[in-house]
Design a protein around this ligand. Structure first.
Ligand SMILES: [Zn+2]
Ligand SMILES: [Zn+2]
Length: 452
């Protein structure tokens, strides 16, 4: 069931109309029934003879043992390390898990193969990077968009930090294993993809307002992948193999799109900032993590509400906004809020703002000027956003979480994530636009009233 549409983007480089040359080195994508049987031939083709396998107790049962048996039959020697999954919740990709991977390391292994999605993928990708070896992934569920990625989000001292990592040179997905994944994981993967509706709008928005680099071709690739996933969500609920194939392909394409743009713009916007904010709070509070895509789905509904509001809004009184700038939260008050919200991570957030100056008056005035001149265009863009209620119903159909309370995110965290989630990254999104026109606090209140 190799998919035609993705093939053209494997190991490709092309001169684009946007003026840049786009490149992705990700070359081998196998999605079919019994895909693991192809592993020995692929290793031979690529010239590797001694893999170091990393899995956890769950993923070992799902695919790890089968990988070992397949390698044994082909007479390929390997080292296999199975991390112990906790009784409750999931294994965290933190310094302890990484230490375990390092201590079981086979230094003579010439390739690292992670068996699993999420944590095991992040750990393997990072360990490959720091030990200078190639990386391969045998996926067990299409649950998030980091299947093909050159970064790894890891937890270090209770903070989630994005580290550089080795992008896989091959991704092997057994169609039956992927389709058999729990609905919760399929829905999380789909929700991560539905979030792209929002992040593509954020990207274009920044292009209009800040003249940030934007590529129609990359955005188009993602938009098609999202639309196809949207059409497949009903099939996911019944574990339909074709729907799972469409979803997996969309997740892979997000990675390729990020290779093309050389950053995460085509795959991450304000909806991801909501997810990251809540994840940090859960880490601070010692609450077990919720699947990444699940939180992105909830964040997407909230952020699309903001686009829907923007689409219907009267043109703001820009003169009044300018006149009131001095009445906004002072830098001191803002810092106090950062310390309250970001706790141990506050220093990093404050340092980022010092560098980025997202909230500086000079930059704000410049953006307001562009917004005033191009308001109609901005509103036309907002009108292309799907209705938040539409995404809400799709999540509902997949029995996924739709509102923060579904996964135990308290009202205060949501109120804060809408007002301050934008401080996590130097990336222009709908949240910064709402702040620019001095509507963010008011819209945050409306959203928590409706969804919390
Ligand atoms: Zn381009
Ligand atoms: Zn994501």
């Amino acid at each position: 069931m190799q998919n035609r549409s993705i093939e053209q983007y494997l190991n490709c480089s092309f001169a684009c109309e946007c003026g840049r040359t786009h490149k992705s080195l990700f070359a081998h994508y196998i999605f079919e029934a019994g895909a693991i049987a192809k592993l020995p031939a692929l290793l031979e083709q690529l010239g590797y003879t001694r893999p170091y396998l990393i899995s956890d107790t769950h993923t070992y049962e799902i695919a790890g043992r089968q990988v070992e048996e397949t390698l044994c039959k082909a007479d390929i020697s390997y080292t296999s390390h199975v991390l112990k999954s906790p009784e409750n919740g999931d294994l965290a990709a933190d310094e302890h898990a990484l230490g375990s991977v390092a201590m079981a390391n086979d230094k003579d292994a010439d390739i690292i193969i992670s068996i699993g999605t999420g944590t095991i993928n992040d750990l393997g990708r990072y360990f490959s990077y720091i030990t200078g070896r190639p990386f391969m992934l045998v996926a067990t569920a299409p649950s998030m968009d980091g299947l093909v990625s050159g970064v790894a989000p890891l937890i270090f001292h209770n903070m989630k930090i994005t580290f550089p990592a080795q992008e896989p040179l091959a991704l092997i997905c057994d169609a039956e294993i992927m389709a058999d994944a729990p609905l919760k994981m399929l829905a999380a993967g789909a929700a991560d993809i539905l979030g792209k509706y929002n992040c593509l709008l954020d990207w274009k928005l920044s292009h209009i307002i800040n003249d940030e680099y934007y590529c129609d071709t990359i955005a188009g690739i993602m938009r098609t992948a999202v639309d196809r996933t949207m059409e497949s969500t009903k099939g996911l609920a019944s574990h339909d193999a074709k729907a799972v194939s469409v979803l997996t392909e969309a997740l892979v394409l997000s990675g390729i799109a990020m290779d093309f743009s050389e950053n995460s713009r085509p795959a991450s916007g304000a909806e991801h900032h909501q997810s990251h904010y809540w994840e940090m709070q859960f880490l601070f509070d010692g609450i077990p993590a919720v699947l990444h895509g699940t939180k992105v789905g909830i964040g997407t509904v909230l952020m699309l509400e903001l686009y829907n509001t923007l689409a219907e809004m009267e043109k703001p009184d820009f003169a009044a906004i300018r006149a009131n700038i001095s009445k906004r939260r002072s830098e001191k008050e803002w810092e106090k809020e950062m310390r309250r919200c970001y706790r141990d991570g506050a220093e990093g957030i404050i340092a980022l703002e010092k560098k980025a100056g997202k909230n500086d008056t000079e930059g704000l005035l410049k953006r307001l000027e562009v917004m005033e001149a191009r308001w109609d265009e901005i509103q036309e863009l907002a009108k292309t956003a799907p209705k938040a209620s539409e995404i809400y119903h799709v999540l509902e159909e997949m029995k996924a979480a739709k509102i923060p309370a579904d996964v135990g995110i308290p009202r205060q965290y949501v109120y804060d994530s809408i007002r301050y989630g934008k401080e996590l990254r130097d990336r222009y999104t709908i949240l910064q636009l709402m702040w620019d026109i001095d509507k963010l606090d008011e819209e945050a209140e409306k959203l928590v009233d409706k969804y919390c």
